[in-house]
Design a binder for this molecule. Structure first.
Ligand SMILES: CC(C)(COP(=O)(O)OP(=O)(O)OC[C@H]1O[C@@H](n2cnc3c(N)ncnc32)[C@H](O)[C@@H]1OP(=O)(O)O)[C@@H](O)C(=O)NCCC(=O)NCCS
Length: 150
């Protein structure tokens, strides 16, 4: 159950500035804003936002590769709204949308130092499948994590 006053819906173009703001505060190397529009046009149904009292406070964004694999590209929740189950709800909704399309697995990359995100992914059943050396611009390693959905 989502926190009171909060709901998940698909991204709309007027959400772009807010999504970019959340992204740039959440990551040391944020995606440029135009990337979100490209992904939106590719898989609009996999670009989700969470709104609380009509304010966009988080988002998740994903794609389907080769019709067989969901790939979470980015997920972030505004710092003021963390630890209320919103990130988990976004990820579960992303997975549900993949399952509805018969996509059997989901993958993602996460910094080996991102304790909060790794905990979220493990809670939902993602397993580390490999270490991607120097995946990030600052040389930090990433885990590739995978979950069987079907
Ligand atoms: C990762 C992130 C999206 C989680 O969002 P959130 O809404 O705060 O997470 P939730 O409240 O849904 O938490 C779900 C679970 O994740 C784990 N978790 C979340 N934040 C955590 C933290 N700070 N420390 C440890 N575990 C944490 C817990 O297992 C939690 O379950 P619990 O509440 O039953 O303990 C958020 O911390 C964020 O935006 N971080 C910055 C961006 C980022 O790193 N994104 C991931 C990139 S790979």
């Amino acid at each position: 159950m989502l926190a009171q006053g909060c709901s998940i819906r698909e991204f709309r173009q007027e959400d772009l500035a807010k999504v970019c703001e959340i992204e740039s505060k959440a990551f040391p190397y944020p995606y440029p804003c135009y990337i979100f529009i490209i992904y939106y046009h590719l898989f609009p149904e996999l670009f989700l936002v969470v709104e609380c009292d009509k304010e966009v406070v988080g988002y998740s964004l994903g794609i389907i590769e080769h019709n067989t694999r969901g790939h979470l590209i980015s997920i972030a929740v505004d710092e003021r709204f963390r630890r209320r189950g919103l990130g988990e709800a976004l990820l579960r909704e992303f997975e549900n949308r993949l399952k509805t399309r018969g996509v059997p697995e989901a993958v993602l990359e996460v910094s080996v130092n991102n304790v909060a995100a790794i905990s979220l992914y493990k809670k939902l059943g993602y397993k580390i499948v490999s270490v991607l050396r120097e995946y990030y611009p600052d040389g930090e390693d990433a885990y590739l994590m995978l979950k069987e959905l079907l």
